[in-house]
Design a protein around this ligand. Structure first.
Ligand SMILES: *Cc1c(COP(=O)(O)O)cnc(C)c1O
Length: 396
């Protein structure tokens, strides 16, 4: 008999009763150090007092009015995002997937209005993840997500990660945009080198196409800049945001330059819940805290501390870990062929440590940005325990 919850997830046999900062606590009082943060969602950890206040104060006043009316919390958050980024305008969604849906529509409508309706193709890259809607699986293209769900939405091309020649050759009169994550998350914590992102920007300008970044996982302070592309000193035309922006409340956004967004007039897009007062009240508080230069500076400092600890683990457990990759507090431990990332994650649970697996046999570390130095040291100690306890494969 099928489970009463549609069994699409591979769940660990753990449930948590409450959270505090970097810790998740079970009903029977076991404390887990959370280096996953709900897959980069709980940017400020669990039950951050400022977010609890923002949510509960708003909850006592007004939950929902619909976008038929002005929503001051939404306006304030949009203003704040515009002030802090490349963007001139913002649309609010409830998730990364919905942000993907809009960026596809926006790019196509831009060229439609510009008298180039044949420019509909969006070029993406192997290893990408943009969500689970029909457009999002077509955009990412991996068989793992698309198998049995055809016919897939047309208008997407997929290129190998880092193949410059293939990219130059792939752009033609039907190309609308390049879509890429500055740091691939699900794909195994693969950062796009800064000079490659600058190269993409130049290429898009030369060929008159749009650059769309998916910063759903790597944005909102995760890499130590408010958005990851800032490291490269270039900006996209359109950007997807979600996960950390709501600190745990479902919230997403599409940020865009005026030029790219101008074709999206009244009636071209909408959402019932997107930009609702609850989500935006929380998002505004998250932005207030995360966009503070001193906060981001501390994220960069702590990222250095965590990275050094992880390099130490690689040196100590060479049979388990091959290396560290990633940026800021979005780090991956690449596992050797001797172990599987799934078993390492499981051994972590036994050591009361939460990590997240990713493709390419990588274990992801995405702690709350508020993690303390002591907690980083504790996480490294528990990772060491997990590494020792992870079963080794029999040599073939
Ligand atoms: C999680 C994720 C998405 C999808 O976001 P949802 O909120 O799950 O719909 C899209 N892109 C990236 C890079 C992600 O990490």
């Amino acid at each position: 008999m099928i489970a009463s919850v549609l069994p699409t997830y591979n769940r660990a046999p753990l449930q948590f009763a409450h959270g505090e900062g970097s810790w998740l606590v079970t009903d029977d009082g076991r404390r887990f150090l959370d280096m996953g943060a709900g897959i980069a969602v709980n940017a400020l950890g669990h039950a951050h007092p400022a977010l609890v206040t923002a949510l509960t104060e708003q909850a006592g006043k007004l939950w929902h009015v619909s976008n038929l009316f002005e929503i001051p919390q939404q306006q304030a958050l949009a203003d704040r995002l515009v002030e802090s980024t490349f963007a001139d305008t913002v649309f609010f969604t409830n998730s990364g997937t919905e942000s993907l849906e809009l960026v596809v529509k926006m790019a196509r409508r831009h060229f439609f209005d510009a008298g180039q309706p044949e420019r509909t193709t969006i070029i993406g890259f192997e290893g990408a993840f943009h969500g689970r809607s029909n457009a999002a699986i077509a955009a990412a293209g991996a068989e793992k997500m698309t198998k049995g769900f055809g016919p897939l939405m047309p208008g997407f091309r997929h290129l190998p990660w880092g193949d410059h020649d293939a990219l130059h050759a792939a752009i033609d009169d039907t190309t609308a945009a390049i879509l890429i994550e500055p740091v691939q998350g699900e794909g195994g914590i693969r950062p796009l080198p800064d000079q490659c992102l600058r190269g993409l920007r130049e290429l898009c300008d030369e060929r008159g196409i749009l650059l769309i970044l998916d910063e759903v996982q790597c944005g909102m302070g995760r890499t130590g800049k408010l958005f990851a592309h800032e490291w490269a000193g270039v900006a996209p035309d359109i950007m997807m945001v979600a996960k950390g922006i709501g600190g745990g409340f479902p919230l997403g956004a599409v940020l865009a330059r005026e030029r790219a967004a101008a074709a999206m007039g009244a009636g071209t897009h909408g959402s019932t819940y997107g930009g609702n007062p609850l989500g935006c009240a929380v998002g505004l508080k998250v932005m207030e805290i995360v966009a503070d230069p001193a906060f981001l500076e501390d994220v960069r400092r702590k990222a250095g501390v965590l990275r050094q600890r992880l390099e130490g683990l690689v040196a100590e457990h060479g049979d388990v870990f091959e290396g560290v990759r990633g940026s800021g507090l979005m780090l991956g431990l690449k596992c050797t062929e001797m172990v599987t990332n799934a078993e390492l994650v499981r051994a972590g649970h036994a050591a009361r440590l939460i990590t997240v697996p990713a493709a390419d046999n990588v274990v992801r570390l995405l702690p709350p940005l508020t993690i303390t130095d002591d907690e980083i040291a504790e996480a490294a100690a528990r990772l060491g325990t997990a590494a020792r306890e992870t079963p080794r494969k029999e040599p073939a």
